[in-house]
Write a protein that binds this ligand. Structure first.
Ligand code: PLP
Length: 390
């Protein structure tokens, strides 16, 4: 018989993340008429709060969907079957977005990668310079590759596209970086930004997001694929009045309004600094344990999660199992090519210094309990860093 659980479960996977009590309470209310004035007022507040999170003055569309739906929406509104697109194998999520693109009939030039770094801007420039005919219709990048803990440098990729003088659309998946790592849709010249609810936005799963730039809206007017549920045009027309073309996820929207209020109370720069501090503390712990961080490029270390290479004979999933059973903490599993070879520590969303110390303490006790070769003291290193950081 497993012993009954007491206290809070530690949900330290890089999404879904811990949902704050304030957000849970905000959702625990009767569902209202989504064609009435109270709903339209709420949508006005949400639109106003959401734009700065994406760093845009333009529209942000909200689907009742997971992030995968928002990936599909970005494609079907702007691109046509047999269009060529440039994508990069940064890890499992880039691989999955590629699969969506290919199923929808796009021809993907998928630049291979070793799952230890982000997108190389020099390769973007070279690929686009080689495309003299301008056949590549879109460059599609995952900002924070959640399967590896490497974050691509979006402004440098934008500059590479500009240096090549190429007119391709620039689409970015910010699903696990939004509201955790600095991101600027307008200033960085992104045409479509894809997001969703269950990572930095601190909500349960169920909302998919598309932020749209003018060039993407023009591409959608001129073409795209056959579409209905994902059609931006219908959404934009209805959203302009505070409504949706179909029933929205009303209670998740209550939660979104509350989460946005929380983010703006803290201030986005402080939110980003908090994530940076927790990421640095985590890396110090990992190094002190004598373990290896999967991301091989320090400039691309993710501030939302750290993937750790599993040493020794036992697989990473056996270790995660020990941590779950002994300490009631969920760590992220290795996905795709790195399955059972790494574990991932999520340090994003509604998270503070003591939660991180608890998380790292659980990892360190788990390493000892599972007999994983390591040096003790990583948690102490992180505590020293957190105590000194301001
Ligand atoms: C979580 C995640 C997704 C997938 O979103 P779902 O909600 O599971 O469909 C896509 N991209 C990235 C980078 C993610 O972290």
């Amino acid at each position: 018989m497993p012993s009954p659980r007491r206290g809070r479960h530690f949900l330290q996977i890089p999404g879904p993340t811990n949902v704050p009590d304030r957000v849970l309470r905000a959702m625990d209310r009767p569902t209202i008429d989504h064609r009435g004035p109270d709903f339209a007022r709420m949508m006005g507040e949400i639109a106003e709060g959401l734009r700065p999170v994406f760093g845009t003055a333009g529209p942000v569309i909200i689907y009742p969907s997971s992030g995968t739906g928002a990936w599909e929406a970005a494609i079907v509104n702007t691109l046509a079957p047999r269009d060529r697109v440039l994508m990069f194998e940064t890890g499992q999520f880039a691989t999955l977005w590629r699969k969506v693109a290919e199923r929808l009939g796009l021809v993907v030039d998928f630049v291979p990668g070793d799952w230890r770094r982000g997108v190389d801007p020099a390769v973007v420039e070279q690929k686009l310079r080689e495309d003299r005919a301008g056949a590549v219709r879109a460059v599609m990048v995952v900002h924070n590759e959640t399967s590896t803990g490497a974050a691509s440098r979006i402004p440098l990729i934008r500059q590479a596209i500009d240096r090549a003088g190429h007119g391709a659309l620039f689409m970015v998946d910010t699903i696990s970086s939004l509201a955790s790592i600095d991101y600027r849709h307008d200033a960085w010249g992104v045409d479509v930004t894809v997001g969703c609810s269950q990572k930095g936005l601190m909500l349960p799963p169920g909302l998919g997001l598309n932020a749209l730039g003018p060039k993407a809206i023009a591409a959608a007017k001129a073409g795209g694929m056959a579409r209905s549920y994902w059609d931006w045009d219908e959404m934009l027309k209805n959203n302009a009045k505070g409504f949706f073309p179909y029933t929205p996820a009303t209670n998740l929207l209550y939660g979104l309004r509350e989460a946005l209020a929380m983010l703006h109370e803290e201030g986005l720069p402080a939110v980003f600094a908090r994530h940076a501090r927790h990421a640095e503390a985590t890396r110090r712990a990992v190094r002190a344990w004598g373990l290896e961080i999967l991301c091989a490029e320090p400039e691309e270390y993710s501030n939302v999660l750290t993937a750790v290479v599993m040493p020794g004979e036992k697989g990473a999933d056996a270790f995660r199992q020990v941590v779950l059973e002994r300490f009631d903490m969920s760590l992220g599993t290795g996905l795709g090519k790195v399955a059972d070879k790494i574990f991932r520590i999520g340090h994003l969303g509604d998270f503070n210094d003591l939660m991180l110390v608890g998380t790292l303490g659980g990892v360190e006790m788990g390493l000892a309990a599972a007999g994983v070769p390591h040096k003790p003291g990583g948690t102490l290193e992180a505590m020293r860093f957190l105590a000194a950081a301001r």
